[in-house]
Structures are given as structure tokens and as C-alpha cells.
Design a protein around this ligand. Structure first.
Ligand SMILES: Nc1ncnc2c1ncn2[C@@H]1O[C@H](COP(=O)(O)OP(=O)(O)OP(=O)(O)O)[C@@H](O)[C@H]1O
Ligand SMILES: [Mg+2]
Length: 368
């Protein structure tokens, strides 16, 4: 007979299991029935526009904002009703929130309060943490003597001090300038891998989420719009909202004509798949600016259009074109990355041939 208890032990238990979580502030519902499981050691980003509920969800996990409905299990244990100090997490906020009157060492040591370490062990642990976040030799400084990036490293060391089972980060890099931000982002990711600590980071920066997360939870208006790896949410957005939020996207109003074709005015485009839409359905035909072909392609290339350049702007790694096509009501954005093409003289009024490769086209319901 199969030993069921053994099976139960080997089945992976999520580090965090959130079910039916809802939270209102007065009459405003900030979270609407959130379901989410996070595996041990995962780095998950909550991504979405301002006000979509990212911080509220993070604070509910920490017990700082208590949910109205729903449950949170951490390693199978129901923590939904536990006070903040009864939960196992470390947290870092956007504003470094250090004690200005305490040295770096004592700020980090604050994270060890309540531990039963002796004085020497405590000192050794603080030194270890400071070394881990790249702050060797800074122990006796005060927060005001540190840069923003250094202060955020102190906050991180303090959060990691008790070796929490869960690391919660609310926009920890947003206040830093671009270069420091990129550097600290890489270090954070490396440190998280080394420690294997399950991590949730809130961000509204899509590049940050795409580059750092194992999985991204895209949120909108208190709900989860899509959960997936960075590749999944970028390449296979589940909704028009996700498509538009993660990277640039052209949305062209169209109508399904037959299985495999859509019509934009009098122009018919081939698409890989029209399902689940039926002929006659209004849809958005979507293509990323970088996926539009420009210039020299063969006569058998499908979905060709004549276009006229409206504007050209240099963006460092590419040129951004806005073009107008006689058949389309709205202009299209194009990212032009190829050296040869980018060097060609393109100015306002230049006529171009463009093509929308069928395999790069995605359909969403209109108005989604
Ligand atoms: N204490 C509160 N009282 C009333 N409304 C609140 C409170 N906290 C949050 N809200 C509202 O709940 C919604 C979600 O807020 P939340 O802070 O979770 O958004 P967010 O996704 O973190 O946004 P941001 O990117 O701007 O930080 C917002 O509309 C906000 O105004
Ligand atoms: Mg927030």
C-alpha cells in the first residue's frame, strides 16, 4: 500500500501560500481576492502601476496591514492572524528608515534584538552582515555620513540579520540614482541567490522586474493580471494591459475576418492564430516596435504596408521612428536597431516599406 504520509512530506510546500486575500480602506477595495503561491528560494516581483495594491499586499504579508478576508500560510503554517513580531520576515522600504543617532553597526545590530547571541557573537554577526553587503570598514559611521546606496545596504543588512525565512522589499532601489541602482540590483540578486532566501520585491519599474525576478506578479487595480517568468510575461502577455505595461507595444484596432486573418479598414493582415476570437469580433492587433520590419524584404513578405516617417528620435542604442500608414488611424512606433538602416537618412516625410511579421502579432479583445 502506498504510504500517504511519505507522499505528503515530499510534495513541495510553498514558502508562502496566499488565498482569497482582500483588503479595503473605507469604501475603497485595495486588494480583491489575491491567490498566489511562492516557492522556497524564489525571487518574486510585484509589478504594476501606482495604486494597484503592491505595497498593501506586501504589508498584509508582513502583518502591517491586516487583510479583511483570506489566508496567508508560511511553510504551511497559518500566519494570517499573527502580529507583526510573530512573523518571520525582514523588510526594507524605499526610504532607508535607519536610526540617524545609531552607528551602522548598531543599526544592523538592531535586527538582532531578541536573539540569544552573546556580545562577541553579535559583533561577529554584524561584521559578517556588513561584509556581505559590501560595507566592510563602515561600522562606526552614522547614516548621515553614507551615500543613499550605502544606507540602503545597511537597511538590507539589518533586514537579513536574523536570517529571516522571507525578505520583503518595497521599492528598495527607487530612491537611488541610475548607476547605483543598477549596481545594487545586481548585488541584491547575487546575495539572494547565495543566501537562498525567499524574496518579494515591489517595483513599478518593468526593467527592474524583468532583470531580477524569477517570476513576476503583474497587478492591476487590486487584482493579479498575470503571473509568470519574465520571458513569459514579456513574450506571452495574457492581457492587453500586461502587453502595454511590460515594454512598448503598438495597439491597432482591427476586426477578425476569418481564422488566421484580421482586417484593419481595407487592409487584411495574416496572424498566426485568431482563436478564441470569432469572425466579426473587434480586437486589438498588437506588435512591439522592435518587431516591425523596415526596408529591404522580398515581395513574398506578408503584411506589408507603405509608411511615411513622422518623427525620428535617437535613443542611444536605437532610433525610435513614428510612422503614419494610410490604412491606420494611429501612427505606429518602430525601434530601428540595425546599423545600416539606422544610418540611412530618415527624416520627416521619408517614405518607407514596413512589414508586420505574422508570428510577432498578438490579438487581444478590443478595449481590454
Ligand atoms: N492606509 C490607507 N488608507 C486609505 N487608502 C489606502 C491606504 N493605503 C493604501 N491605500 C490605497 O490603496 C491603493 C493601493 O495602495 P498601495 O500603496 O498598495 O499601492 P502601490 O501599488 O504600492 O502604489 P505605489 O506604486 O504608488 O507605491 C491606493 O489607491 C491607495 O490610495
Ligand atoms: Mg507602493
Amino acid at each position: 500500500m502506498q504510504d500517504l504520509s511519505d507522499t505528503a512530506q515530499t510534495a513541495p510546500m510553498p514558502a508562502l501560500q496566499i488565498s482569497g486575500l482582500s483588503k479595503s480602506f473605507g469604501t475603497f477595495t485595495a486588494l480583491k481576492g489575491i491567490d498566489l503561491a511562492i516557492e522556497k528560494g524564489e525571487f518574486v516581483c510585484f509589478l504594476g502601476p501606482s495604486g494597484c495594491g503592491k505595497t498593501t499586499l506586501l504589508r498584509a504579508i508582513a502583518g502591517l496591514d491586516v487583510q479583511d478576508y483570506g489566508t496567508i500560510l508560511q511553510n504551511g503554517r497559518d500566519i494570517s492572524g499573527l502580529p507583526v513580531h510573530g512573523r518571520d520576515f525582514g523588510i526594507v522600504f524605499q526610504s532607508y528608515a535607519l536610526f540617524p543617532n545609531l552607528s551602522v553597526a548598531r543599526n544592523v545590530g538592531f535586527g538582532l534584538r531578541g536573539s540569544d547571541l552573546g556580545r562577541q557573537q553579535r559583533k561577529a554577526r554584524v561584521a559578517e552582515l556588513l561584509s556581505m553587503v559590501g560595507l566592510d570598514g563602515q561600522a562606526e559611521k552614522y547614516p548621515a555620513q553614507l551615500s543613499g546606496g550605502q544606507q540602503q545596504r545597511v537597511a538590507l543588512a539589518r533586514a537579513l540579520a536574523p536570517s529571516p525565512g522571507l525578505l520583503l522589499l518595497d521599492e528598495p532601489l527607487s530612491a537611488l540614482d541610475a548607476q547605483v541602482r543598477l549596481h545594487l540590483r545586481d548585488q541584491l540578486r547575487q546575495l539572494q541567490r547565495e543566501l537562498g532566501v525567499t524574496t518579494i520585491m515591489v517595483t513599478h519599474d518593468q526593467d527592474e522586474a524583468l532583470s531580477i525576478a524569477d517570476r513576476i506578479v503583474v497587478m492591476r487595480q487590486g487584482q493579479i493580471e498575470q503571473i509568470g517568468t519574465p520571458e513569459e510575461v514579456f513574450r506571452h502577455p495574457a492581457t492587453a494591459f500586461v502587453a502595454g505595461f511590460l515594454g512598448d507595444m503598438n495597439f491597432i484596432p482591427a476586426r477578425v475576418q476569418s481564422a488566421g486573418t484580421v482586417a484593419v479598414g481595407d487592409t487584411v493582415f495574416e496572424v498566426p492564430d485568431t482563436a478564441p476570437h470569432a469572425p466579426g469580433d473587434a480586437v486589438s492587433l498588437c506588435i512591439r516596435p522592435a518587431d516591425i520590419m523596415v526596408g529591404d524584404f522580398g515581395d513574398d513578405t506578408p503584411n506589408r504596408l507603405g509608411a511615411t516617417v513622422r518623427t525620428v528620435s535617437f535613443r542611444g542604442n536605437f532610433h525610435q521612428l513614428s510612422v503614419r500608414c494610410p490604412d491606420l488611424a494611429e501612427p505606429l512606433d518602430i525601434e530601428l536597431r540595425h546599423q545600416g538602416e539606422a544610418r540611412r537618412r530618415m527624416t520627416e516625410g521619408t517614405a518607407l516599406d514596413i512589414a508586420l511579421p505574422p508570428r510577432k502579432l498578438v490579438l487581444f479583445p478590443a478595449g481590454g
